[in-house]
Write a protein that binds this ligand. Structure first.
Ligand SMILES: [Zn+2]
Length: 501
């Protein structure tokens, strides 16, 4: 048999609909927008979904047809222009390609476009209109996807992450590719069952090392031991998207509809039972700073500014926590990454060794803290390029659009030219800062950073600072989410619709 032709693609965004920063085409170009062979160059050898697709397909001696890959860091809604441009690239690449035998596509599942609340299904629908329904498609999806039942109308093969921090992107990419491949070879017919629950959860306690999501993932893995169940995923959802598709869902793929239905119902019941365990209360900025002042562990304590975590759609430049940490005069502190293009260009203009007056941060979302007037010594400047060495997105080239190590009142601060979470120590090390030498790390992160930092630090405190990604969902003025929904409405009854296709 001549080798099978398998298309690979990637279209990824997590959209925070309350964010003032729209996500435009440039944001995709800055983070990663690749066509054709550039895709192999960018992702072969990386521990990403596309890295997994490539490894499995190479192993099978398939002909890999790289189509389009586009990803941007979580922020506000994607502009119509950016979405339509990328979609058109995808569609024209499919049209130009000779007939495919299968298609692998890494999606996020929580993208929102100006005019579309569920663009991933719209994209799959469009792809089907071009390639028809005979060619199998398999997707990978983020654990924080906000899914609708329409997703399974276009293919039953969806594989969600089972880890948070998401260190199984590669594994799920491999699984999607393996399943697609064996489906083509054996002509096996798959089905999917889907349940949407009236629950919308903050992600803070969704990590899979312990807690309720750990228990749910373990149950899902047990279910996958049945050879008729190919994939079982609990999707925690992304609560900062004010859309009708918001909330928790369960998607089970397999070969026996009775079993996929039964499994999805069992998982749904457990989510309902565990839902209270996802709600946690966090220390205030003052309490967290007090704890940092008295901390004397061997390894640093982290004050995690979770409400401004860029990977949850935070603007990366809020000043609430930074201001209090500067005022408290805590010793041996590193704060970062802190996004401020204007201050960064000022540093670049002045050069290493100079002292400058800066209006730090508070520019993207000033409602969460005014800019801080500070005098800063410029220690070192770089163009902000490094490769991840930690377990998440390993090997991926990161571009911060410039970086400055500045010192303000004895505090080391890393300024970057775009918002990004400090999920890999290379972010600091590439500019000569060793985070493990610090007593206190102020970081704009939530859970992903644990994959690299958990072993390097002594204690992690999640701080209830103001910001777009607040843990308290009652602060958001939702207009489009399904109602009633738990926990905003605590009396919502246990009910759901089950769809199997
Ligand atoms: Zn996620």
């Amino acid at each position: 048999m001549s080798s099978l032709r398998i298309g690979i693609a990637f279209f990824y965004h997590e959209s925070h609909t309350f964010s003032p920063s729209m996500t435009n085409l440039n944001d995709f170009i800055n983070e990663g927008f690749h066509k054709g062979d550039e895709i192999i160059e960018a992702y072969a050898g990386t521990k990403t979904e596309v890295g997994g697709f490539i490894d499995i397909l190479r192993d099978k001696d398939a002909e890999i047809i790289p189509l389009v890959c586009a990803a941007a860091i979580p922020s506000g809604q994607v502009t119509k222009d950016a979405y339509e441009t990328i979609k058109e690239e995808m569609i024209s690449a499919l049209r130009q390609s000779e007939k495919l035998d299968g298609l692998l596509i890494a999606l996020h599942g929580a993208m929102v476009v100006e005019h579309l609340s569920d663009p991933e299904t719209e994209m799959l629908k469009k792809i089907r209109s071009v390639i028809g329904y005979d060619i199998p498609i398999a997707t990978t999806l983020d654990m924080h996807a906000n899914l609708s039942s329409e997703m399974i109308s276009y293919t039953p093969l969806h594989f969600g992450f089972k880890t948070y921090p998401h260190v199984d992107m590669y594994e799920q990419g491999c699984k999607a590719a393996e399943t697609l491949w064996s489906g083509i070879i054996t002509s096996e017919k798959y089905v999917a069952s889907f349940i949407k629950l009236p629950i919308m959860l903050p992600s803070i306690n969704m990590r899979t090392a312990e807690g309720p999501m750990h228990d749910l993932v373990e149950l899902a893995k047990q279910k996958e031991e049945d050879s008729d169940i190919i994939g079982a995923t609990v999707f925690g959802g992304f609560p900062y998207s004010d859309i009708p598709e918001a909330g928790v869902s369960i998607l089970v793929t397999g070969t026996d509809p009775t079993k996929t239905e039964r499994t999805s119902k069992e998982l749904a019941e457990k989510v309902w039972e565990f839902k209270d365990r996802f709600i946690v209360h966090l220390p205030s900025i003052d309490d967290a700073v007090k704890e940092a002042l008295s901390y004397n562990g061997d390894k640093p304590i982290v004050l995690a500014d979770i409400s401004d975590n860029p990977l949850s759609g935070g603007t990366g430049d809020t000043t609430g926590l930074l201001k209090k940490m500067l005022e408290a005069d805590i010793k041996n502190v590193l704060f970062g990454a802190f996004y401020d293009e204007e201050s960064l260009s000022r540093c670049m203009y002045s050069g290493e060794g100079a002292t400058v007056q800066l209006e730090l941060g508070g520019k993207e979302s000033p409602e969460f803290g005014e800019p801080l007037s500070v005098q800063a010594d410029i220690i070192r400047l770089t163009e902000g390029k490094f490769r991840n060495k930690g377990p998440m997105n390993t090997g991926v080239l990161v571009q911060t659009n410039g970086a400055a190590h500045i010192r303000v009142k004895g505090m080391d601060i890393l300024l970057t030219g775009r918002a990004l979470s400090a999920n890999d120590p290379e972010l600091f090390r590439h500019i000569g800062i060793e985070p493990t030498e610090k007593n206190v790390l102020g970081m704009k992160v939530k859970n992903h950073f644990r994959s690299s930092f958990e072993d390097l630090v002594g204690k992690i405190l999640y701080v209830d600072a103001p910001g777009l990604a607040s843990n308290d969902l009652s602060v958001f003025n939702y207009k489009h989410i399904p109602v009633p929904i738990w926990p905003l409405n605590r009396t919502v009854p246990y009910q759901f619709e089950l769809t199997t296709k």
